[in-house]
Design a protein around this ligand. Sequence first.
Ligand code: NAP
Length: 499
Amino acid sequence: MICVTIGRGRHRHVIAEHKFLAENGIRLVEQRLDFIEGPVQVKRLLLNRPCPTIATCRRAADGGRWQGTEDERMLVLRTAIVEGVDYVDLEDDVAGRVPRYGVTKRIVSHHDFQRTPDDLEAIHARLAALDADIVKIATMARHPSDNLRMLALVRSARVPTVGICMGDIGIPSRVLVGRCGAPFTFATFHEDRAIAPGQIGWRRMRDVYRYDSITDVTKIYGVVADPVAHSLSPVVHNAALAAAGIDAVYLPFRVPADQIDAFLEQAARWPLSGASVTIPHKEAVLKHAARQDALVESIGAANTLAFDADGIEAFNTDATAAVESLEAALADHHADQSAPGIGVKTALVLGAGGAARAVAFGLRQRDVDVTVCSRTLERARRIATEVGCKAIDWAARYRMPYDCVVNATPVGMHPHVNETPFEKQHLRSYMVVFDTVYNPENTLLVKEAMAIGCHIVTGVDMFVRQAAIQHRIWHGVEPPQGVMREALKKATSSARTHE
Ligand code: NAP
């Protein structure tokens, strides 16, 4: 069950949000009474409440906004109990002072905004002994393995326990806690109004992660990156899983660079079935791979891992996706072409990072004459040596005409949508313009190239194709690419609206 936390300053807003949530199928709400500005009218908030309610009133030390005295806070909580609130949240240092009364169930809670302490079991035993119906522990995750310790605690607890790690490293624990036996997890009313660090919106919890359908046999996948908060892979992969009816969930794993080895060594404890890998881990994961596909061996970087009893298998889906995107876009265009392979002879790749390397490699495999162009010439030269192409300085990008121009830099990406890596006066109508940026799909480069009649390949196409190849690798079935594309487009446009 998803418990949605409401934190609003005005009573009428709390009541309106509570009603809205109940109408949308939410069956448990936490009212954060410490958010109310001025005297708290507990009776008014609880009267005719449309679904069961947890009354919580947090001090600043526990991440709350309570500004009155401790006696006043206790009065608010006691009033909620007298009014018969369904649950009351009592911090561990006050729970002993508030006796059980009436129908109200007691949630005894502990918060640590600094770390996930080593002695979680001891803390849990102390809370459970305070006449708890439910134990709640929320601690800051500093390491992905903090999630594992917390989930193990929830699984072994005799008293129903909601154990959550805070911060973006802790997001997996919020989604998986029900799988380990927790009675509910917490989500926020609005993504932009997270009440605790790492808390996610109830719609995302319900519709993207499908919290209520996660069980002990649900397989776990995810994207491993740092940062990971803006990754759209969870939206795309979870939409595909839902549409394909696959019992699996795909999570964002923020794994700092110095923790990737430990994360992969502990993969079986989640247990992880597969992972997308992105910045900064694409090369670091290779030493953990028992097997690699031919592209990983050639490119020296992986963006996909599959875990099984025989160890980790590494794949690279970026190069194939880039070339497939070009092929698909040009399929109807090259009936009259004499060029072999994908129908372009020369390509300029802008940028010299992971995407540029994958694109350059994919194009070279199709015999395209590739030139990599980068601000940092040294990086371009390295790719040139690795894939067998030319390297030029950023300033030299307009000197020669190319059949195809590929943007593999972040230039033009949201929010810098008025920038282009290739000025429009140098575009020609015969060119194929491929922008790997997918947020937005119609970058300035794409718009200007379209305006003069160039053939266009977009980053959305490449992104969906690389995710689709991952889906095939992990699940062995054809991916619902239309659903994935729609999910990506919807997520990019709603992310822009919310900023
Ligand atoms: P990366 O490894 O960080 O490389 C970025 C490259 O862009 C570097 O060569 C960098 O040059 C260059 N660059 C950055 N800012 C620049 C600027 N203002 N002017 C000129 N060059 C600039 O990143 P990546 O993984 O290759 O990803 C690059 C972009 O590709 C991403 O932002 C994303 O939009 C896109 N991408 C798309 C897909 C897809 O499926 N559609 C997949 C992966 C990536 P320096 O070396 O000089 O810093």
